[in-house]
Write a protein that binds this ligand. Structure first.
Ligand code: AMP
Length: 283
């Protein structure tokens, strides 16, 4: 497995792959890999000749310095997992390579309405940071396909816009969320949760499934379904809910009647044990 820290050797590898017409799949990550990441890697390995996994904890997309400091990092283990899976290349640059003029001097990107709500509203500058780092990585690797998890559904919508608006010739693939046996969505941040916190955090998935059942089986209104889930969450004092919303999975506009939308998602963000978690399900 090739491991690149700087741009020149990475570009050399990509140029060679392109000259032999290899199909390139890209899986961008922030490392501390888990089974959710590995499911995406395996999908890319199946679809492409070469899979490049990027591992970079992008400071630009963190609006909370404590979250950035505490973000789990384990490059050695990540590399072992990727090698074992058969991944061909890893790009794990240091900050100086990604932001040679310092992150404070970085450009910004505005995604309009999508970045005004949910994650965009609660994490100012987050999607700008995501857009900037992915633009850089897309330019360097020029993949045929890029893979993103449904776990970060709003990010998928932002990346779709980035690809469309900047004419990247990249096919975007969304991969379903991998969960533990209690329903908790796997996340690198889960390593900061105690066993008890993990159990409590699985209530978030329960709340999402309640909304889905109320809407699809009992056919109640969006307001009623949301209210039922909010009541359930209120019973668990150690969950600090940030939002629970029913939105259009394409443009992230609010949904008042699910019949009027092609794909509807229930999205949640909450703190458990001081760790911010997000999740969603599609109806
Ligand atoms: P991250 O390292 O958290 O930035 O995630 C890298 C990629 O893996 C993103 O596209 C995420 O949406 C995706 N991902 C994270 N957790 C999961 C999960 N539990 N199931 C599927 N994909 C995931």
């Amino acid at each position: 497995m090739h491991i690149f820290k700087t741009i020149k050797p990475l570009k050399g590898f990509i140029d060679e792959a392109k000259s032999s017409n290899s199909k390139i799949g890209l899986v961008p990550t922030m490392g501390a890999l888990h089974e959710g990441h590995m499911a995406i890697i395996r999908k890319s390995l199946k679809d492409n000749d070469i899979t490049v996994c990027s591992i970079y904890v992008n400071p630009l997309q963190f609006n909370n310095s404590d979250d950035l400091d505490k973000y789990p990092r384990n490059l050695k283990r990540d590399l072992d997992l990727l090698e074992e899976a058969g991944c061909q290349a890893v790009f794990s640059p240091p900050d100086e390579v990604m932001y040679p003029e310092g992150k404070k001097n970085s450009m910004e990107l505005d995604f309009g309405n999508i970045s005004q709500i949910l994650e965009g509203k609660h994490r100012p500058g987050h999607f700008s940071g995501v857009g900037v780092v992915l633009s850089k990585i897309f330019h360097l690797i020029a993949p045929d396909q890029a893979y993103f998890g449904q776990k970060d559904l709003q990010q998928v919508a932002v990346v779709r816009k980035l690809i469309q608006d900047l004419f990247f010739d990249i096919q975007l693939t969304r991969v379903p969320t991998i969960r533990n046996n209690k329903g908790l969505a796997l996340s690198s941040r889960n390593s900061r949760l105690s066993g008890q916190d993990k159990l409590i955090a699985s209530q978030l998935y329960l709340a999402l499934t309640v909304v889905k059942e109320e809407l699809l089986q009992r056919q109640v209104s969006v307001t009623e379904a949301r209210q039922k889930a909010l009541q359930l969450l209120e019973e668990t004092a150690s969950i600090k809910l940030e939002y629970l919303e029913i939105v259009d999975a394409g443009n992230f506009g609010m949904v008042s009647d699910i019949q009027n939308h092609r794909e509807v998602a229930v999205c949640i963000a909450a703190y458990v044990g001081g760790v911010r978690l997000i999740d969603n399900i599609l109806l």
